[in-house]
Design a protein around this ligand. Structure first.
Ligand SMILES: [Zn+2]
Length: 276
């Protein structure tokens, strides 16, 4: 059993064969997927997907690239999505909106002004605390700025630093803040020696897997669309680096996903689509 804690299945890259991609993931043993909202429209689509598939969960947030697109009214719409979230069917009815994200800072591409990014990130950190939902944090070439905002709320923070690509010091600070760390298949790229060293430092109970699909296909498939099923390949790759078995990685990352996001799945739960 594997979990993909960060997918963008709502993107148009999947319009032609979304259902097939989801079925393929299931066949490969991907037991749950968190579909991460990154724009206002994307958040609605993420929640809609989560309402249609038992094992797909949603996260609600605005990517720093899109910080300029959200006004007061848009933020209110996002909060409303949290108020009436779809529930997982069955006895243990579980909320399907399980996180605030992806939110954060990006000084690499700088697609929106940093001051705006910071203001919005602070609002989302506050929202995660008031809603008691974990954060899915994007931070690219913004280590100091990210830590500045997170440390102000350090006492109650919970969340994951997604697609980790930072320095050793940044990793240490994130772990000290109690954050989980997730890796994508960019760790398989030739230039990622740094990440291959850092992944060995993550405690077993803080590691998560993600595809970040449609982006970041594994080495050898670069340029092609990525899919959730590749977290299985990632798990095997991490097992090799950390000197454990793929079963160990599957078990710990699935447990970690359950603990952080409040998702508890058993293989028997199946993948029922309500075909709405
Ligand atoms: Zn993402």
């Amino acid at each position: 059993m594997f979990t993909d804690t960060h997918a963008h299945l709502d993107f148009q890259d999947f319009d032609a064969d979304r259902e097939e991609v989801i079925r393929r993931s299931q066949k490969e043993g991907i037991n749950s997927i968190i579909n991460v909202g990154s724009s206002l429209k994307g958040c609605f689509a993420a929640v809609d997907l989560a309402s249609r598939y038992e094992n797909i969960y949603a996260s609600v947030g605005i990517h720093p690239h899109c910080a300029g697109e959200i006004d007061h009214n848009g933020f209110k719409q996002l909060k409303n999505l949290l108020l009436a979230p779809p529930l997982r069917a069955g006895a243990g009815r579980v909320k399907k909106v399980v996180a605030i994200g992806e939110v954060g800072l990006d000084c690499y591409r700088n697609l929106s002004p940093l001051a705006l990014q910071k203001e919005l990130f602070r609002k989302f950190v506050d929202l995660s605390l008031s809603e008691n939902l974990p954060l899915i944090i994007h931070s690219r070439q913004a280590e100091e700025e990210t830590l500045g905002i997170l440390k102000a709320k350090a006492h109650k923070l919970k969340g994951v630093l997604h697609c980790f690509s930072g320095s050793r010091d940044f990793l240490r600070s994130c772990l000290d803040l109690g954050l989980y760390i997730s890796f994508t298949c960019n760790i398989t790229y030739k230039k990622s020696d740094n990440l291959r060293e850092l992944v060995k430092l993550i405690p077993e109970d803080r590691l998560l897997l993600e595809s970040d699909c449609p982006y970041l296909s594994p080495e050898g498939m670069r340029g092609k669309r990525n899919e959730p099923l590749n977290v299985k390949f990632l798990a095997g790759f991490l097992a090799g680096l950390r000197g454990c078995s793929i079963e160990d990685i599957a078990k710990s990352t699935t447990e970690n996903t359950g603990r952080l996001f409040g998702i508890s799945m058993s293989p028997a739960d199946g993948w029922v689509s309500s075909d709405k």
